[in-house]
Design a protein around this ligand. Structure first.
Ligand code: SAH
Length: 494
């Protein structure tokens, strides 16, 4: 198991500084004993212009099999592969060795040259045999968003002399770019076992912390985050969920800062019929309040309530007797609580409102039994693969009588003069839908969960591109009839 880390330099900033950053002297070959064999660090080249460090792990199959004995004393079958076809592949064992041998470098610590450790270096990393469960395409998807200027993935043939046998499960990976050494090492530490997808050791709960630490600065926002957390934590659902929630908080804390630039909250100048232009956000609140009143709702969930503007508007109308705002962002909730002056509110008012932190992609029993739920400008903040989880939590588990979903209509974007062509309205929008796409999604959701759905335009309805915001009003089909019938049948059968 083998990988190399190289850099280039100048007489003033020699490449051999890499030795300081890795805490391993370029003139020495060093060996370390790890729990699975010995790790060697040596430098195939070390000059001022070019310096390359190699990490090689020699697996000790006997130790591995001994350590790998399952609870019943039998050798773990998953380990078998390490003692036959894999001595050269960069598996999760190499990741463990990397963390052990380059611990300080992984943490970005370098007393001798702190500023070099903190700044990007021209790096070249090569992993000659990388297990790639998911294929070369997945390897590219994992490394491409991480700041490398070159990500080269080449299939490794099963046997060079017999090309007809096809490719092996391994690829050769070359990464080049200007990155901090610590960031590059942390990416490898997480992504080697992800690509291996067969951890050789028992995944303990502290793996979540390790993942969060190693993922700092790049994982929360990674488009393949769900796959990375799931595989890194060996598909252990409870741990994956923990990591996902923590990462979601990180991502949102980061994206909170983007809210300022959200075009959606800008003044809508196209409503020239009115004296004073009405902000689109206000159009949206009016449309939502009207729909809630029309549905006769009094106990309402505001899911993804953000900074609490809708909660505030709901409080002004006494027909809304119970209002629950839920958001994953603590920062947004703090602002909401300040806006509502929750701490100075009279008891009667305070009894009507609750703000709660939670992620909408997980079911929450406390959200069941409400008249209505609002998802105002929320769905587009979720990665598309997470949308089914939100769908289930809201329509499948909480099942309010009415659900209102608003989202931008991407067709309208051409009417925003300040929005460059092809851009979404907000830096954190994961997607924006056309009217047809939104209806397609909403129609399927309604059908899957026993709701009917209609659509309403929000804001000036342009004859060509439609309104700036689109709203779906879902109404739960009455279940009483069918339930009664079912009960009657059950009684009969009994
Ligand atoms: N509903 C408000 C805020 C929209 S911004 C309005 O219409 O103005 C989107 C909000 O959704 C943010 O506050 C964000 O923190 C929240 N959000 C995004 N993903 C979430 C999730 N998985 N769980 C709960 N809230 C989420």
């Amino acid at each position: 198991m083998f990988l190399t880390i190289g850099t280039t330099g100048t007489p003033e900033r020699p490449a051999t500084d890499l030795g300081f950053l890795l805490h391993k002297h370029p003139d020495k070959a060093q060996a370390f004993s790890t729990s699975h064999g010995s790790a060697h660090v040596f430098y195939p080249e070390a000059s001022a212009e070019r310096c390359t460090a190699a990490l090689l792990l020699e697996v000790d199959p006997v130790a591995l099999v001994r350590r790998g004995k399952g609870r019943g004393g039998a050798p773990d079958a998953a380990l078998a592969q390490y003692v036959n076809d894999r001595p050269y592949a960069a598996s999760s064992l190499l990741s463990v060795a990397l963390a052990a041998v380059f611990k300080s470098a992984l943490g970005g610590v370098c007393r001798a040259m702190p500023e070099r450790a903190a700044s990007p270096l021209p790096l070249r990393i090569e992993v000659p045999a990388l297990p790639a469960r998911g294929g070369a395409e997945l390897v590219r998807k994992l490394f491409a968003p991480l700041g490398w200027s070159r990500v080269e993935v080449t299939a490794v043939p099963l046997d060079e002399e017999f090309p007809a046998w096809g490719d092996s499960r391994y690829v050769r990976l070359v990464l080049e770019g200007e990155l901090r050494l610590a960031d590059a090492l942390r990416q490898l530490y997480v992504l080697l076992p992800v690509l291996d997808d067969a951890k050789h050791y028992w995944v303990a709960p502290d793996e979540v912390d390790k993942l969060l630490r190693a993922g700092e600065g790049w994982l929360a926002d990674h488009p393949e985050r769900p796959l990375i957390t799931r595989r890194y934590l060996s598909h252990r659902w409870g741990l994956t969920r923990q990591a996902d929630q923590a990462l979601e908080l990180v991502r949102l804390a980061e994206s909170d800062d983007l809210d300022v630039g959200c075009v959606d909250n800008a003044v809508d100048e196209s409503t020239d019929t009115e004296e004073k232009p009405v902000p689109l956000a206000e159009h949206r609140r009016t449309a939502i309040l009207d729909a809630l009143r029309a549905a006769g709702a009094s106990r309402v969930l505001d899911l993804g309530c953000g900074q609490g503007q809708l909660v505030q508007a709901l409080l002004k109308d006494v027909r809304f007797t119970e209002i629950v705002g839920v958001d994953v962002s603590m920062r947004a909730l703090t602002i909401a609580s300040r806006r509502l002056k929750l701490d100075r509110m009279g008891e009667r008012q305070a009894d009507r409102v609750t703000l709660r932190q939670g992620s909408l992609t997980y079911t929450d029993k406390r959200l069941a039994g409400y008249d209505a739920a609002v998802l105002s400008e929320v769905v587009e903040h979720l990665d598309l693969p997470r949308l089914p989880a939100l769908e289930y939590a809201v329509f499948g588990a909480a099942r309010p009588g009415t659900v209102l979903v608003t989202t931008p209509n991407v067709e309208y974007n051409v009417r925003w003069e300040t929005l460059p062509a092809g851009h979404v309205r907000h830096g954190d929008h994961r997607f924006e839908w056309t009217r047809a796409e939104f209806r397609d999604w909403a129609g399927q959701v309604a059908e899957r969960h026993g709701y009917t759905v209609r659509y309403e335009p929000v804001g000036p309805d342009d004859p060509e591109v439609g309104p700036p915001t689109q709203m779906a009003v879902f109404t739960r089909a009455t279940e009483t009839g069918t339930t009664t019938e079912k009960k009657a049948k059950e009684a009969e059968a009994a």
